[in-house]
Unconditional design. Structure first.
Length: 402
């Protein structure tokens, strides 16, 4: 019986373990943390968004330039397949109002418990507190509580994650060990991240923590509706994360980045101008904004923060300003605190079965590969799908070695 190792106990690694165990292999999974699935549990603290129910073609479009290398895996394990898989574990799912899919129990822990129970029944051995620290020839080196171990396997699947939330295990410590073997790794960058903005002290004092609801935001990728939050350092939230890639890339290129926010997307500029023009001149600027444009205090304050001259504008120019408030991020938040990361093992060094070209018999899956996707279940969907695809590739490889 072939002996295979999986390094990394996140969604990609656990899914690979299931596929390989079902094929009759002896599977040993190693993880550096005291327990597996820690980032999955963190993602499920406020409701585990496991995938998205939109049309498959629309879902595929979320993966941008990485789609040509991910599509086969995503076609083989679709969002609907993922929901059926959850059902097989006794975890029923539902579609939220935004199209996001959640377990009915909302949290990740019941799913993880059921999954680990099933993997145990299939014979998968899980060794925690085993930190992979590189190669010893073709063997694997691990730091453990009992000292260093050097172990040999017939094939290896790496599912070590990216560089976000390192305290949960994804610390990218593996980059130099693969680099020494000739594997190209693109630098890790923050993705689905918030941004620092140079707010005034007064704005921070009054509005840090305040949400801006029912707005749209526009960047190089287009206009998206949603909401975000003003923080002491800048901006956070799902709408910001949706635009994070183009904003980050512009800043890294040394170019100015702007997120244009429409504070009243349900009202046209012409209608706003008429409503503002009807307000008595004796009203304060705040009251004109409230009565004429329906702006709540945080929206009105954001307008003045980003356009200090707004109170001098005539109704038509003021309406245009409300429809396009320019927020100018200064830098992304640190990668250690963001939801996910861009960068990782370059696809140029990975074959069509997710095997590393420089290391025959070693496969890679999940977020350690160089792709990114927005929040909404897309990160988990591709992690599960690439875990399965890499496991299938490993099985094909072993057949050629017999």
């Amino acid at each position: 019986m072939s002996q295979v190792a999986i390094i990394g106990g996140g969604p990609a690694g656990l899914m690979a373990a299931e596929v390989l165990a079902d094929a009759g292999l002896s599977v040993t999974l190693f993880d550096s943390m005291p327990t597996v699935g820690r980032k999955l549990l963190m993602a499920g603290k406020s409701g585990l968004n496991i995938t998205h129910a939109e049309d498959h073609a629309a879902l595929l479009a979320r993966y941008g330039t990485a789609l040509p290398r991910l599509q086969e895996a995503l076609d083989a394990f679709t969002a609907e397949d993922l929901r059926s898989w959850c059902s097989g574990l006794g975890i029923e799912t539902f579609v939220g109002s935004s199209g996001r899919v959640f377990p009915k129990v909302m949290k990740a822990s019941p799913l993880l418990r059921a999954w680990l129970g099933q993997l145990g029944e299939k014979g998968v051995e899980i060794h925690t507190r085993h930190r992979w620290v590189g190669f010893d020839g073709a063997k694997l080196r691990f730091e453990t509580l009992e000292g260093e171990k050097v172990l040999a396997f017939d094939a290896v699947l790496l599912a070590l994650g990216g560089a976000s939330w390192p305290k949960l295990g994804s610390d990218a410590a593996w980059v130099p060990w693969l680099g020494e073997k000739g594997v190209t790794v693109a630098p890790f960058l923050p993705a689905n991240c918030g941004f620092d903005v140079d707010w005034s002290a007064g704005f921070i004092e009054r509005f840090a923590g305040s949400p801006l609801k029912s707005v749209t935001a526009t960047s190089a990728i287009g206009t998206i509706p949603g909401e975000f939050v003003v923080t002491r350092s800048g901006i956070e939230g799902s709408l910001v994360y949706a635009h994070s890639a183009p904003l980050r890339d512009a800043l890294l290129a040394g170019e100015p980045a702007t997120l244009d926010v429409d504070l009243m997307p349900g009202r046209s500029r012409e209608r706003l101008a008429k409503d503002l023009a009807r307000q008595p001149s004796k009203l304060s600027f705040s009251n004109r904004l409230r009565k004429g444009a329906g702006l709540d205090p945080v929206k009105a304050a954001l307008l003045r923060e980003c356009l200090p001259q707004a109170n001098t504008l005539d109704p038509d120019a003021l309406a245009a300003a409300i429809k396009s408030v320019p927020i100018r991020p200064q830098r992304p938040r640190p990668i250690a605190e963001v939801i996910s990361s861009a960068g990782g093992v370059a696809f140029s060094g990975v074959d069509e079965h997710f095997m590393l070209k420089a290391l025959p018999g070693v496969f890679a899956a999940g977020e350690m590969l160089d792709w990114e996707a927005p929040t909404g279940g897309y990160l988990l969907t591709a992690s599960f799908a690439t875990g399965r695809a890499a496991a299938e590739g490993l099985l094909d490889y072993l057949k050629t070695q017999r």
